[in-house]
Each structure stands twice: as C-alpha cells, then as structure tokens.
Design a protein around this ligand. Sequence first.
Ligand SMILES: Cc1cc2nc3c(=O)[nH]c(=O)nc-3n(C[C@H](O)[C@H](O)[C@H](O)COP(=O)(O)OP(=O)(O)OC[C@H]3O[C@@H](n4cnc5c(N)ncnc54)[C@H](O)[C@@H]3O)c2cc1C
Length: 194
Amino acid sequence: IPVRYIYDNNYFNDPHQGIPKGGYNELIEKLYDGCDVILETDFLSDKEKYTSMADHVVYTGTIDAYFDYCYGKLEYRSLHFEHELLNEYNHQGVAVMNYTDSETPFTRKIEHKHFAFGTQEKTVVTREYPAEWEDGMEPYYPVNDEKNSTLYERYKELGEKEEKVLFGGRLGEYKYYDMDKVIESALNFVKQYL
Ligand SMILES: Cc1cc2nc3c(=O)[nH]c(=O)nc-3n(C[C@H](O)[C@H](O)[C@H](O)COP(=O)(O)OP(=O)(O)OC[C@H]3O[C@@H](n4cnc5c(N)ncnc54)[C@H](O)[C@@H]3O)c2cc1C
C-alpha cells in the first residue's frame, strides 16, 4: 500500500524557488523600457539588414537555422499543452502537480493562479504532454546526445567566426538552462563581450 509521509510536490531541488514579483512580463517590460522593440519579425528573414543596425548583435534563436542548416538539423524535444478554464476556485491546491505514473498521459498539471497567490473565482489549468519534435514545431529542449552535441560543436565553430554576432541562450548555445542559470549566463556574457 503506497503511503505518503510528506506533501513535498516540488519539481526542483533548488533551495530557493520563485518568480519575480509581478511575473516575468513586468521584468521584461522594464528591461526594454526606452528601447526600440520590433515584434513579430523573423531576424533570419533579413539577417544582413538587422545585423547592420547595431555594433553588436546577440542572437538567441536556433544556431543551426542561423547558418541555414548547412551541416544538418539539430534535434529537440517538444511538448504539447492543453489549457482549460475551470469553474472552480481551487483545482489542485498547488501550482505544479507531477504525474509520474504510466497511466496518465501528461507529465504535469499547472494551476497558474497559485504562482501569484491568485484569488480569482475561476482557475486556469494546463496539462503538459511530452511530444516528438518535428520540423516547424517549437523547439523546447535540446537533445544533448553525442550526435547532436558533435553537430552543435561544428555550428559553434562557425559562430565564433562571426564578427558582430554573438550566440546566447538555450537555442543559441543548444543547452538546457533554467531561468536563474540563463540570467547568470547573460550577465557574464555582457561582462565578457560587451
Ligand atoms: C516548457 C518549459 C518550461 C520551463 N520551465 C522552467 C521553470 O519552471 N523554471 C526555470 O527556471 N526555467 C524553466 N524553463 C527554462 C527557461 O524558460 C529558459 O531557461 C529561458 O527561457 C531561456 O531564455 P533564453 O533567452 O535563452 O531563450 P528564450 O526564452 O527561448 O528566448 C529566445 C527568444 O529569441 C526569439 N527568437 C528565436 N528565433 C528568432 C528569430 N529567428 N527572430 C526573432 N526572434 C527569435 C524567441 O522568440 C524568444 O523570444 C522552461 C523551459 C521550457 C521550454
């Protein structure tokens, strides 16, 4: 008989966990305050034009796409999300509930209101399903096996030859990063290159 002694539903082992006050949107909006922002635009649709607009360019898209997949495509893991608005005040009591059993097709259920101690009458939940990545799908996680890591190294070498363009972040470096790690990496990046 399975017995639960604790109510620790953590997905992570980090001693400190959280999100910025007001969420990441507020943080990003403040970071970009006073900057020109162009949205809904694929940088790769006119690489030369956008590169000529600045002294330094930090490219955070997929590195293989930047080089037009000249050595072949890197592989990713993808996900599929299902969102639902429920007529309930509280669905699961916590922000994240993990499902590790083989009968449940999704791996976790997110109840968004609990991230910010929401008191809304209704609640929005998202079920997260693993999905095979196919061309055109959102690349969520890199597959850091030998084949892909070797391929990435070849793109990285090409990247190092670019004069103005620096490659950063989870897609530019083909690396899994948590938020705290990617922010740390961005701050080090600025110190090192800019
Ligand atoms: C499903 C999922 C859940 C996660 N959960 C957590 C979590 O709970 N805790 C945690 O700490 N971390 C989590 N992470 C990791 C976190 O999201 C990443 O560490 C972080 O977003 C990486 O930042 P980034 O700037 O490298 O990449 P992104 O946030 O992906 O930013 C890259 C940006 O580049 C833009 N871009 C790409 N290509 C182009 C192009 N050609 N032209 C113009 N723009 C382009 C994209 O639109 C995007 O805005 C999660 C990641 C995923 C995928």
